[in-house]
Structures are given as structure tokens and as C-alpha cells.
Design a protein around this ligand. Structure first.
Ligand code: RM4
Ligand code: MN
Length: 389
């Protein structure tokens, strides 16, 4: 038993990863959405499914909403429903990419009327945060252009800055604005928030309640994401993560599926700064779609993948690492990291689960519960949730 084991167990027991409500609805590519049986018909049923993930992992205590996908009459009632299910409502995600008016952009649109509409939507999201008790507003903009000359690149930055400033001014004392960046898609020539540098510059100007979100799928191939993590953490500007994994672009596949070593490297940077627990100010969440696999097990597996990468990162011997770095021992330092990465942490996680009264294998425990069969039988009729294609 390494010296780090008790500490690792303590952090793992307290870790919580937020789930995206949209992971439980139907999803697909622009080619086809394959419907699955038993999929939720409304946000209440999405929360019920999310609660199953928390029930078996003990590490997924909150659910992010996406507006308008999760619009309800009474958000306080939805928050109570969540509490009854032993989960809570987390981040509110805005949506300014699915309305015909947004064809040429939303908060960066050349027409002031459209920008007004988009900013009003973001302000409505803050109203919802007030009702649900959410702390974070997550903004991702599909804004950009497809052709050189289509619009003014710098003019759009002005619009972005003005729009963000208005939303920022509306935030309550304990609310934050999290700005997400993405390299490309749906725009292909320019994107208005394409990278962490752009997001960082805007957040810096806005003030202390604005932070950058790293969606792990939103980078060019080969980008060193852990460098971005270390940099933003050092500047106090890392707001959170949208975890997923990618083979090509924004694949939204299960985190840790494509590159578990990258996930470990990211978690190592976070572990070095001791920011893994919920009070750290870093909002950890999944942003994934389960297009071909069943959704609840897809989320359970994803939470387990994050837990495994976290456990390995927690086992890195920081003293030995620092000593090797100081001595200029390149191979020794690398070996310290690889030793931890190559540890089988599944028994350790089984212990952590047992101490919380959970089954050692959340996948098997969920499969044996019969819940999947129950929802297939019960959720007949009505319109399944999903975001179309
Ligand atoms: C975007 C981005 C947002 C997510 C939507 C569904 O690419 O990742 O975070 O809310 O997809
Ligand atoms: Mn995202």
C-alpha cells in the first residue's frame, strides 16, 4: 500500500462528476438518430435516469440542464423532484444554435435584433439558475462564418464582448459565467470563440466570475490539453470541464474511451493543485451523447473511466516526482508518472465503493436491477426526448 492510498481513497470518496441531461435522450449524427426504447419523454424522466447513475456509482450527484431542451413550467418543482431522487440540478447550459434566426450567429450576429434575442435567452437562463439554485451558466456559441469576407471578424468580437458583458452584469453574487470554446463546427471558416486564448481574454475582461470551460473534444488533434489545464489553473481561470473523448473532432464519445492516458495526464495536473473535490471551484461534468450504446450504462461507464484516471493520478508519488525533476532525472520523473498510470486501480475503487455501501461493479449492479426493463415497459407513447438531426 503506497503512502498516497489513504489520501486517494478520501478524494475518490468525495469526487462528483455532473451528468448532462441530454445524454439520456436520443441523439445521433447529422445522418441518423437511432431511437432507443425506454428513453425519457421529459426532464423529470431524464432526472430519474440520471439518479440511477448516481445510485450505482455514488459519484454523479448533479445533472446539467440544457435550455430549451429541458424547459419546464416550474423549475423549483423540478429541483425538488431532483432532490427526491437524491441528485441536484447543476449547470445551466444555454442554446443559441437551434433557432432559424441564428443561421448567421447569435450573440455575434450582425443584426442587433438577433443579438438582443440571443442575449435575452441567456438572461432567461440566469432566471432559471435563480429558480434551480444553480451556480454556473455555461455558454457555448455556434457563432462563426463559413466564407472569407462573410462578416467582420473583429466586429463580431465586439458584439461578443458586449453581449457577454450584459449577461455577466446580471449574475448573482454566487453565480458564474463559464465560457466554452470549440475549434470549428458548425462554422468552418471562422469560429467566434475558437480556442482557450480567446475565451480566456474575454473572461479576463469580464471579471472574477467568468471562467473558461475545457470541453476535451473541442481541440485540434494533438493539442496538449493538460498544458491548457495547468495554465488556466495557475491563472485562476479554469471554470470546469466538459469531459468526453474524440477520435476525430467533437465526437462526444465516452470519456477515456479513445485516450485514457490523456485523461490521466489531465487529472494529474488537477491532482497536483488539489482541485478534485466539489468545493474546488472546478465544475466537472460529462458532455456526451450515447448514439449507439444504452444511455444509463454509457454514463455509468464514463463515471468509472473518470474515477479510474483520477485514482491513477492520485497515486502519483509527488515527492519522488519533484525530487526527480529537481535532479534533472528525465527518465526517473517519467517513470514515476508511468508507475502510477500502470497501476490497476480497480481493486482500490471497489474498496472505496464498499466503504460507501455500494456494489464493487456499478455496471453489473445496474444491469441486475431490472431498471432498464422497467422503463422499456413503462415509457410507451409520448414523444421521446432528443435533439433531432
Ligand atoms: C456543443 C458544446 C456544448 C454542448 C452542445 C450540445 O458542441 O459541447 O457544451 O452543450 O454541444
Ligand atoms: Mn461541451
Amino acid at each position: 500500500m503506497s503512502d498516497r492510498t489513504p489520501y486517494a481513497k478520501q478524494v475518490l470518496a468525495g469526487q462528483s462528476i455532473e451528468m448532462p441531461s441530454w445524454a439520456f435522450g436520443n441523439s445521433g449524427t447529422r445522418f441518423k438518430v437511432f431511437a432507443q426504447q425506454g428513453v425519457p419523454r421529459d426532464p423529470y424522466e431524464k432526472l430519474a435516469d440520471a439518479a440511477q447513475v448516481h445510485k450505482y456509482t455514488g459519484a454523479a450527484g448533479s445533472v446539467a440542464l440544457h435550455i430549451p431542451w429541458d424547459k419546464v413550467e416550474d423549475y423549483a418543482d423540478l429541483a425538488r423532484h431532483a432532490a427526491d431522487l437524491n441528485v441536484r440540478i447543476g449547470t445551466i447550459n444555454s442554446n443559441t444554435f437551434q433557432d432559424d434566426d441564428y443561421m448567421l450567429g447569435s450573440v455575434c450576429h450582425p443584426d442587433a435584433k438577433i443579438r438582443r434575442k440571443a442575449v435575452d435567452h441567456l438572461l432567461e437562463c440566469v432566471d432559471i439558475m435563480d429558480a434551480t439554485g444553480s451556480a454556473d451558466l455555461k455558454l457555448w456559441f455556434a457563432d462563426g462564418t463559413n466564407y472569407p469576407g462573410q462578416d467582420s471578424i473583429s466586429g463580431r468580437q465586439d458584439h461578443l464582448a458586449e453581449s457577454l458583458a450584459e449577461v455577466y452584469a446580471r449574475l448573482g453574487d454566487h453565480q458564474r459565467l463559464l465560457l466554452e470554446y470549440k475549434l470549428f463546427e458548425p462554422s468552418f471558416y471562422t469560429t467566434d470563440v475558437p480556442d482557450w486564448g480567446t475565451a480566456y481574454a474575454h473572461c479576463l475582461k469580464l471579471g472574477p466570475k467568468a471562467h473558461v470551460v475545457i470541453d476535451t473534444g473541442h481541440h485540434a488533434p494533438g493539442v496538449n490539453i493538460e498544458f491548457i489545464v495547468a495554465f488556466l489553473l495557475r491563472e485562476g481561470k479554469l471554470g470546469g470541464f466538459d469531459f468526453n473523448s474524440r477520435f476525430y473532432a467533437d465526437d462526444d464519445l465516452m470519456v477515456g474511451a479513445a485516450d485514457p492516458f490523456q485523461l490521466f495526464r489531465i487529472l494529474h495536473e488537477l491532482t497536483l493543485q488539489d482541485v478534485l473535490l466539489p468545493d474546488s471551484g472546478i465544475a466537472y461534468m460529462l458532455d456526451q451523447c450515447h448514439n449507439i450504446e444504452p444511455k444509463i450504462p454509457g454514463q455509468i461507464r464514463s463515471i468509472m473511466n473518470v474515477q479510474e484516471a483520477t485514482a491513477k493520478a492520485l497515486l502519483v508519488d509527488h515527492d519522488a516526482l519533484a525530487a526527480a525533476q529537481q535532479a534533472g532525472d528525465v527518465l526517473g520523473a517519467n517513470a514515476v508518472l508511468m508507475d502510477a498510470y500502470n497501476t490497476d486501480v480497480r481493486p482500490l475503487l471497489a474498496e472505496v465503493r464498499a466503504e460507501k455501501g455500494l456494489a464493487a461493479d456499478p455496471m453489473a449492479a445496474y444491469a441486475a436491477s431490472g431498471y432498464a426493463e422497467e422503463i422499456k415497459a413503462a415509457r410507451v407513447g409520448g414523444a421521446q426526448a432528443g435533439w433531432g438531426a
